[in-house]
Design a protein around this ligand. Structure first.
Ligand SMILES: [Zn+2]
Length: 476
């Protein structure tokens, strides 16, 4: 590598090999799916071959092509060199990742999507960020520690899934059930998530290490109105499409109420603190007063927040359950009345809204029995934060914060709500708290390549991720 002299070429080669194993899903059953399953197995085998020291140090279970589990057992008491604290072993920790990737539209890429090409200090390929970059960084960190004979003070478990991008029902869900069956619990879990965000918030220079301690839920609703099909020359007086349109209008006029939970409260308070620090003497000058008033007034402030941030969809996503109108369909021909019109709205549920509660809310807002409303596919409720995580403490916070401070010394730690789903939601009953964090410095432009074309990661970020996991595991 001509760039980033600090990173060992062999590490980069293993990462490229990981990218080259196509672990996307063809989206259909049959021979293509069988071949895809074989490639998931091939990926599991690749890991075993590429990281021999870790594989000697840890126990390994291949539960299915979609599920791979490791236990890196704690050293037994008395095995520590003198100078150890002698404290009793803490509860185990679980590290999650997935090795499947989303499909590509190869024609829109300027490089081979599964080639692992390196250009200008970046490694290109599907999964470079989401999330083979982190997965391989986890293995490199563990391999390096294992090679030096390191043993953790507590059990570190790892669970890797092969169908996260298809909702984790074959991988993560079954793995979680396997843990439950063994009575295995964890103190805390670390999964992929929000990054060390740079240039995310205007006027704020400080990078933000966003610890996703809470996760929004996911639900798609179909709204359907039936009518007698017929010729478009004789339409009924009130048409199905008009009824559907009225329902959608009611939905857009009645957004879910804004709620300022503890995580978002701390998020805003921290932002305010950082802002006033980075522009001394200016206080909130020139900025909307939202963040400033809010921490003082608590829940009373919700309507104000809803007003101040109504134009900022990124902030609003943290403040309430969102409803995105994503699909509309009617007749297949321009001169045929549809027998049914249909709209789909996608909701991201903010705690404490449950799947049922949100469904009832939408039904009430629509208030029309002719509009049939049903859940599409599988819905999942939000995962609340551990109460202490919202206050920047609680299980795992100190360990996570120490590793982040070591590798990202200029970043401010800040609790955050993940608005996308992760595999970790399947494990929520097994641990007290969950962190969703990807240890990389990402700008908004960097993030846009996730799931997009020309997905890429800088070798510098790959290297940071390895160092972060090494610092974290080394302290566990
Ligand atoms: Zn992912």
């Amino acid at each position: 590598m001509e760039k980033e002299g600090s990173i060992d070429e062999r590490l980069v080669e293993r990462f490229r090999e990981a990218i080259r194993i196509k672990t996307d899903w063809p989206g259909e059953e049959g021979p293509a799916a069988e071949a895809a399953v074989e490639r998931l197995r091939a990926f599991q085998d690749f890991l075993a071959g590429a990281y021999p020291c870790f594989h000697r140090a840890a126990e390994r279970w291949v539960l299915s092509p979609y599920s791979l589990v490791y236990r890196w057992a704690a050293a037994k008491t008395g095995e520590f060199p003198s100078g150890g604290t002698g404290a009793p072993a803490s509860a185990p920790v679980l590290i999650l990742a997935h090795y499947d990737v989303v499909p590509v539209e190869a024609a829109k890429w300027t490089v081979e999507p599964f080639g692992g090409e390196i250009k200008g200090g970046f490694l290109y390929g599907r999964g470079a960020q989401d999330m083979k970059g982190s997965l391989i960084a986890i293995f490199e960190a563990a391999e390096e520690l294992a090679e030096r004979g390191f043993r953790p003070k507590r059990d570190i478990w790892f669970a890797f899934g092969g169908d996260e991008e298809r909702s984790g029902l074959l991988g993560a869900r079954n793995t979680a059930a396997w843990f439950s069956g063994r009575g295995q619990k964890f103190s805390w879990i670390l999964d992929e998530g929000s990054p060390v965000a740079i240039n995310q918030i205007r006027g704020l220079k400080t990078p933000l290490a966003l610890f996703g301690v809470e996760e929004k839920g996911f639900m798609s609703l179909a709204l359907e109105v039936d009518q007698r099909p017929g010729h478009a020359s004789q339409p009924p007086r009130i048409q199905a499409a008009a009824k559907l349109a009225r329902a959608l209008l009611r939905i857009s006029r009645h957004p879910f109420p804004v709620r300022l939970g503890p995580v978002v409260g701390t998020f805003f308070a921290r932002l305010r603190e950082l802002r006033s620090r980075s522009s001394p003497g200016q206080g909130n000058g020139g900025r909307p007063a939202g963040a400033a008033i809010l921490s003082a007034l608590g829940p009373l402030i919700s309507p104000v927040l809803a007003f101040v941030f109504r134009g900022n969809s990124q902030i609003m996503a943290m403040l309430h359950t969102t409803m995105a109108m994503t699909q509309l369909s009617g007749s297949a021909a321009d001169n045929v009345l549809p027998s049914q019109v249909r709209a789909v709205i996608n909701l991201r549920l903010l705690a404490p809204w449950t799947v049922d509660g949100a469904l009832n809310y939408v039904r009430r807002v629509v208030g029309d029995p002719e509009v049939k409303i049903s859940i599409l596919g599988s819905a999942s409720g939000p995962v609340s934060a551990h109460p202490e995580h919202g206050r920047m403490g609680g299980p795992g916070w100190a360990e996570m914060a120490a590793a982040a401070a070591e590798i990202f010394p200029d970043a401010a730690l800040i609790p955050f709500i993940m608005t996308a789903c992760t595999d970790s939601r399947h494990y929520q009953g097994l641990a007290e708290g969950i962190f969703r964090f990807s240890p990389m410095r990402l700008s908004p432009e960097d993030m846009s390549s996730i799931h997009g074309h020309d997905e890429r990661i800088s070798l510098e970020n790959f290297s940071l991720a390895i160092r972060f996991y090494a610092a974290l595991f080394g302290a566990l």
